[in-house]
Design a protein around this ligand. Structure first.
Ligand code: NAG
Ligand code: NAG
Ligand code: NAG
Ligand code: NAG
Ligand code: NAG
Ligand code: NAG
Ligand code: NAG
Length: 380
């Protein structure tokens, strides 16, 4: 008996080993390929050392912590980090040259992987078709950010980062970006729906619908803040995850937005998204910054004092591009020279003075230029 099956075992063993080695090699090659295609948005993960407090900062918080009670630093228009003038110039064949300068669109200098390692946990991403109207990619208004990077590439990159940082939770706010000159149609909606409901997505995205749970439920996963609606997709395709903050409820350019995202549980999001400062032409950097700082801290003040169980999202990002000279996102965040600080410099001591309070989500531009800002936003 034994002698009869033994040769089979001997034969079977090397075959299995070769097959699994091949699968592993193919898997590694595929991931490397995806990460290379995703690099214009993801950047490169150069790793973390244990001494970096921000790489895995969530591991110090208990599983039972509610997400709405946490301080979560985020970035506004997170995918714009490499949208320099050189990048814009290289994409003129898609966008045409009749597009405002890159400085109007660039809100970050650091890639998604760098942001994650530095403690950022909320991303603001806006999708539309890439050139050719087949794949989905990332835009900031008319600015096409990376013509060959797809939404799938970036999600895979985030899954791979989470595999290495299983204590961490990432929140993804996803908008449909209009004004890109690309069509919005059923095929586009079907595509993003399929991405969000794929078998792999069900493993890496928190599956709860219409509510935000605890850190324990969100660790190692992405949590969805859906800022677009499905306008063409049939109602039968109704699986939804995360919470919905629809564009018709998200008042444009408002210092105080209130969206009920779960009627039954009376769960609300309080949002400050006053981004386009409306001061008269020539008001200058200092006054524009003061207005935005006021709006930001007025909202954060509420986050620290009322509605402790509701979600707070405060955008510290802004611009006044129509001013002469223009206050770009960089000027608003960082000011114009040491004599004229920006919102970020003014925010740092404000947050530090309130260490231990609940700020909720704070969305930042050019966060890394002011050292300690992310730590202060977390309350580390
Ligand atoms: C960033 O943009 C430059 C062109 O401006 C390009 O050469 C470089 O490859 C881009 N970086 C990544 C990681 O895509
Ligand atoms: C980690 O810490 C080292 C030394 O303090 C620093 O040089 C490096 O930039 C840090 N990396 C990250 C991702 O924070
Ligand atoms: C993509 O859609 C735009 C706008 O509808 C259209 O002008 C363009 O020709 C389309 N491109 C392709 C490759 O179909
Ligand atoms: C998801 O929740 C929303 C309300 O928050 C509800 O309208 C919708 O029917 C739910 N969808 C599914 C598939 O459970
Ligand atoms: C900002 O708020 C401070 C304190 O409430 C107030 O004194 C100041 O007038 C405000 N400034 C602007 C530009 O709104
Ligand atoms: C802060 O809360 C008060 C009381 O609910 C409200 O009147 C005010 O509009 C809120 N401020 C902002 C900026 O949302
Ligand atoms: C910033 O300062 C420089 C140098 O003084 C000046 O040329 C520029 O116009 C200023 N920018 C703004 C937005 O005020």
């Amino acid at each position: 008996m034994l002698s009869a099956i033994f040769p089979l075992l001997v034969l079977a063993f090397p075959t299995v080993t070769i097959a699994s080695t091949l699968r592993q090699s193919l898997g590694n090659a595929a991931l490397a390929d995806i990460l290379a295609r995703g690099a214009p948005i993801l950047g490169f993960d150069t790793g973390c050392s244990r001494s970096n407090k921000t790489c895995d900062w969530m591991r110090n918080y208990p599983d039972s912590t509610k997400l709405v009670h946490m301080n979560l630093p985020g970035t506004h228009d997170s995918a714009t980090w490499n949208y320099t003038q050189a990048t814009q110039d290289s994409l003129f064949r898609y966008t045409g040259t009749n597009i405002p300068p890159a400085a109007i669109f660039q809100c970050q200098d650091f890639s998604l992987f760098q942001m994650l390692n530095l403690g950022i946990r909320v991303f603001d991403l806006r999708f539309a078709y890439n050139p050719g109207n087949d794949t989905l990619g990332f835009h900031h208004s008319q600015a096409l950010l990376a013509p060959t990077t797809t939404v799938e590439d970036v999600w895979f990159g985030l899954y791979s980062w989470l595999d290495q940082h299983p204590t961490e939770a990432i929140l993804i706010s996803l908008n449909y970006e209009s004004g890109t000159g690309t069509p919005r149609d059923l095929k586009l909606e079907q595509h993003i729906y399929d991405i969000m409901t794929s078998k792999l997505a069900s493993k890496y995205w928190v599956q709860a619908n219409g509510t935000l749970g605890t850190l324990g439920q969100a660790r190692g996963k992405l949590t969805f803040l859906q800022r677009y609606t499905y306008n063409f997709l049939p109602a039968s395709e109704s699986k939804r995850i995360g919470i919905q903050l629809p564009p018709n409820a998200w008042t444009d350019n408002s210092p105080s937005i209130e969206i009920v995202y779960n009627n039954a549980k009376q769960q609300k999001a309080f949002i400050e998204d006053y981004y386009e400062i409306g001061l008269p032409i020539g008001a200058g950097v200092a006054e524009n910054v003061q207005w935005k700082f006021n709006a930001t801290t007025a909202h954060l003040h509420n986050a620290t004092t009322i509605n402790p169980d509701q979600l707070y999202i405060t955008f510290a990002s802004s611009e006044h591009d129509e001013d002469v000279p223009p206050e770009t996102p960089r000027v608003m965040a960082l000011g114009n020279g040491t004599a004229t600080p920006g919102v970020n410099q003014k925010l740092l001591p404000w947050l530090q003075a309130r260490k231990g309070k609940r700020f909720g989500i704070i969305m930042l531009d050019f966060f890394e230029v002011v050292p300690g800002l992310v730590e202060a936003a977390i309350g580390l």
